[in-house]
Design a protein around this ligand. Structure first.
Ligand code: NG1
Length: 390
């Protein structure tokens, strides 16, 4: 991968020296387990990673927002109360979503825009939440430019909603992980009520985020499919007469599912309820340092995403298989699916062999492969609100 420009330097080069320069960061995340269940209010276990979006900015005296990003170009718009989306798929939508979110938190009066440079070492559309990291980082920049310090809870009230501006009816996992993760820990994120419990990752456990080399353009084609999965799960719940998935899980979900017709609704219901149980078991396995048990749960999660929710792809299935053939303890697709990354879990001493095996078995035949970009060691890092990110 090309060396990234320094965000401050890009800011000065694009918009001039300006006044005081501020910098905010927001990391991407890899979800270890708990897929396609956050939007049903169920707990998930992601961790923030070292790769992140950085925004360097100057505060302006008017309500104009100007931003530049290498590879995505320059954008400019007026920060008005009634911001509408830009063209579908345009990165300006994340800036506009951040402006909407920030104006809810700041109130509408006397808003100050920014000149900003955005730099990221997170591959886009890869299931590593580069889009949420951009939304989080740009929101924090706008808040800071307006002297508003928002709490984690306040941000979580508005960020997931803000993302829907880009067309995805997602959950809050990515924003919570990007904001509140702790270094060295995975984050058990619960919703209703919102909480984040850091779960220390055993010292000798390692994770790779391995790209399938097929992109998951969630603001484009995969968006519709993603929303259909959410819809199917919600319809199944309503048909069974449960008020929430928590209530369904408290009963006997496997038996309840029998009264649904075979098809996407029943499959979604079974995926969601079984995945919720796997998250709990995975936390226990991590706390007990039971690598074999944890790895097995990742494989079960992948099978459920592939066979029931049908969000995997032949490439992701092959990648998971290649990881296991290479000595991994477990692997599964991570994020929404439809392409993007798999998370590969192994003992740290086995990581070099797993990496080599993946290159040999999966990437060798794929010339687009760039190790720096597509086979990333996911080291559990701090979230944007952690003191070490200030
Ligand atoms: P990705 O596609 O990795 O950003 C999406 C959602 C998550 C969650 C996962 C599936 C957004 C911003 N993110 O993640 O909330 O639902 O899919 O588990 O919509």
């Amino acid at each position: 991968m090309q060396a990234l420009p320094d965000a401050r330097e890009l800011l000065a080069r694009t918009f001039g020296a300006g006044g005081e320069t501020w910098l905010v960061h927001a990391p991407g995340r890899v979800n270890l387990i708990g897929e396609h269940i956050d939007y049903h209010g169920l707990a998930v276990l992601p961790m923030a990673i070292g790769r992140r979006v950085r925004v360097a900015f100057h505060r302006r005296d008017d309500r104009t927002i100007r931003a530049a990003s290498v590879g995505y170009g320059r954008r400019e718009f007026a920060w008005t109360p009634d911001l509408a989306p830009a063209a579908a798929g345009d990165w300006e939508n994340y800036l506009r979503a951040a402006a909407r979110v920030a104006s809810v938190l700041c109130g509408e009066r006397d808003l100050r825009g920014v000149d900003a440079a955005v730099v990221s070492d997170l591959p886009a559309a890869a299931g590593l939440s580069s889009s949420s990291a951009l939304l989080v980082a740009f929101t924090l920049a706008l808040l800071r430019a307006n002297g508003r310090r928002a709490t984690f809870e306040e941000l979580m009230e508005v960020l997931p909603e803000g993302e829907q501006f880009v067309g995805t009816r997602g959950g809050g996992m990515d924003h919570a992980a990007s904001l509140a993760s702790r270094a060295g820990c995975a984050s058990l994120i619960e919703f209703e009520p919102l909480s984040v419990r850091p779960i220390p990752v055993p010292e000798d456990w390692g994770f790779l985020a391995a790209h399938s080399l097929e992109t998951a353009e969630k603001s484009g084609g995969a968006r519709h499919e993603y929303n259909l999965r959410r819809q199917a799960g919600a319809t199944a719940l309503a048909r069974l007469g449960f008020a929430s998935y928590r209530a369904a899980i408290a009963g006997r979900p496997e038996e309840s599912a029998q009264s649904l017709d075979p098809g996407p609704e029943r499959d979604s219901f079974l995926h969601v309820t079984s995945e919720a149980a796997r998250v709990k078991q995975a936390v226990d396995a991590m706390v007990r340092q039971d690598a074999a048990g944890f790895g097995h749960l990742l494989l079960e999660s992948h099978a459920s995403l592939r066979d029931r929710l049908k969000v995997s792809s032949p490439a992701l299935d092959r990648l998971v298989e290649a990881a296991m053939e290479s000595g991994a303890a477990g692997a599964r697709l991570t994020g929404a699916g439809f392409g993007g990354c798999a998370v590969v879990f192994c003992r740290k001493p086995d990581m070099p062999a797993v990496r080599r095996g993946l290159i040999e078995r999966y990437y060798r035949a794929r010339p687009r492969f760039d190790e720096e970009r597509h086979l990333i060691e996911a080291v559990p890092g701090p979230g944007a609100l952690c003191p070490e990110m200030a």
